[in-house]
Design a protein around this ligand. Structure first.
Ligand code: GLN
Length: 428
């Protein structure tokens, strides 16, 4: 069977690409002259399967999309507190190349605008690192996200640097405010080189899938950055990634994204997919016009808005039975399923609290559970402790060892399988 995903991507490319309004970025000569008919879309799953349509393998410069990855590398290297001292997390509501600084501290408002991204670039490596070493770290990091060695587009680099008056001005201002203390012109060069790294849509989708996969590159299996770093980066992408169109983007499309002036857009659906689109003509905010259309369409068709809630928690209880024990009393066997988080655990505890003191034993069966997050584990452990205090015997069937810490769970009997319920009943 031919997968319908590729056919779907081909169809939306056709629908969203019918006309080609907007204009290429004019301030970088190489981009102004780039082929504006390029159009493509790629979606990568978190197990590294990439679906695509259109120009999926043509290289283009990553530009501002690099800001999200370099922000991730800076946090992974130095810790969030250190990075927050230099760059804030507030949307600026201004164009990407404004010198948007926080009143009082003088920090750039966020890492997704140029002022913030120049600063994040300066944070990579130690103060003793040469500009070459700093760029090498950036380059190695971005390549690790892509799962292959990426190349720099030297023509784009020279072209942007020849006209980088505004970024030089911003960097000089940042230096004058002591936001960083290294040579501002070297930072502009390093940052411009970072923006000139070439990617294909396939690369970009995999880079997004690395974020969607908690920082683990789906193909190489490398943990490129820690999961806590991913959470921070995606939060800032959600609020600041589309510049002064961030509010519109949040309400219409609703997944974290980052755009670049070469016409790329990166989208991330946590736990599901990385998304990449390319179309060089931009709207008035500097975002790819047909790329925004494509993302809007995918979000609607595929329910990708992160505010569209997950599966209701009531699905976590698969079966809830009462069996007769040999001693004449009753045993309650509660079988759970799926991914259990706060609301799922709350539902289980509420259900079990009903007439709980009628039973002499409670069996909590986790065989069909796919994941149990930290809060859910703690809640179930606390529930078990309370049942035990009430004199109810607890049996936990947990072959996958989802409950990693049972120290406060009232010493339940732990089984690998439910086995024969009659022999289980003899346990009591
Ligand atoms: N290199 C570009 C610049 O600094 C990146 C901007 C962008 O992609 N929005 O102007």
């Amino acid at each position: 069977m031919q997968t319908p995903v590729t056919d779907y991507l081909t169809e939306i490319l056709h629908d969203c690409g019918a006309d080609n309004p907007g204009a290429n970025a004019a301030y970088i000569p190489e981009l102004a002259n780039a082929d504006s008919d390029r159009l493509g879309v790629c979606v990568s799953t978190i197990d590294g399967v990439v679906y695509g349509a259109g120009d999926t393998d043509l290289p283009f410069s990553i530009q501002s999309i690099s800001k999200a990855f370099v922000y991730a590398l800076a946090i992974d290297e130095h810790g969030l507190d250190y990075v927050l001292r230099s760059v804030g997390v507030e949307p600026s509501g201004e164009a990407f190349n404004e010198l948007s600084l926080e009143k009082g501290s003088g920090r750039p408002l966020n890492p997704m605008i140029n002022a913030g991204a120049l600063t994040t670039h300066s944070l990579i490596g130690g103060p003793a690192d040469s500009p070459t070493e700093r760029f090498e770290k950036v380059h190695r990091g971005l390549s690790a996200f892509a799962g292959r060695n990426l190349e720099v587009d030297e023509a784009v680099y020279r072209s942007e640097l020849s006209e980088a008056y505004r970024n030089r001005a911003i960097a000089n201002m940042l230096r004058s405010y002591d936001v960083f203390t290294v040579d501002p012109l070297q930072i502009v060069e390093g940052y411009t080189r970072q923006c000139s790294i070439n990617v294909t849509l396939r690369d970009l989708a995999l880079m997004g899938a690395t974020f969607a996969n908690g920082g683990v590159q789906p193909v190489t299996g490398e943990q490129v950055v820690a999961p806590s770093v991913v959470r921070q980066v995606l939060s800032v992408m959600m609020t600041c990634g589309m510049y002064d169109a961030a509010g519109d983007w949040m309400s219409n499309v609703g997944f974290p994204a980052k755009s670049g002036v070469a016409g790329g857009i990166l989208g991330v659906l946590p736990g599901q997919v990385g998304i990449a689109t390319l179309s060089p003509r931009l709207d008035e905010h500097g975002n790819s016009l047909r790329g925004v259309r494509l993302c809007d369409r995918m979000s609607r068709d595929m329910g990708m808005h992160i505010m569209e809630g997950a599966e209701p928690a009531r699905a976590v209880v698969r079966r809830d039975r009462v069996l007769r024990s040999p001693r004449g009393g009753t045993i309650r066997v509660c079988s759970l399923q799926g991914a259990i988080q706060f609301s799922g655990a709350e539902r289980v505890l509420r259900l079990l609290a009903d007439d709980h003191d009628k039973h002499e034993q409670l069996v909590l069966d986790l065989r069909r559970v796919s994941s149990l997050n930290d809060v859910a584990q703690r809640m179930l452990a606390e529930g078990m402790r309370r049942f035990a205090l009430d004199g109810i015997g607890i049996v936990l069937v947990d072959p996958e060892r989802f409950m990693t810490d049972l120290s406060s769970a009232g010493e339940p009997t732990v089984l690998r399988d439910l086995g024969d319920l009659r022999s289980l009943a003899r346990l009591s």
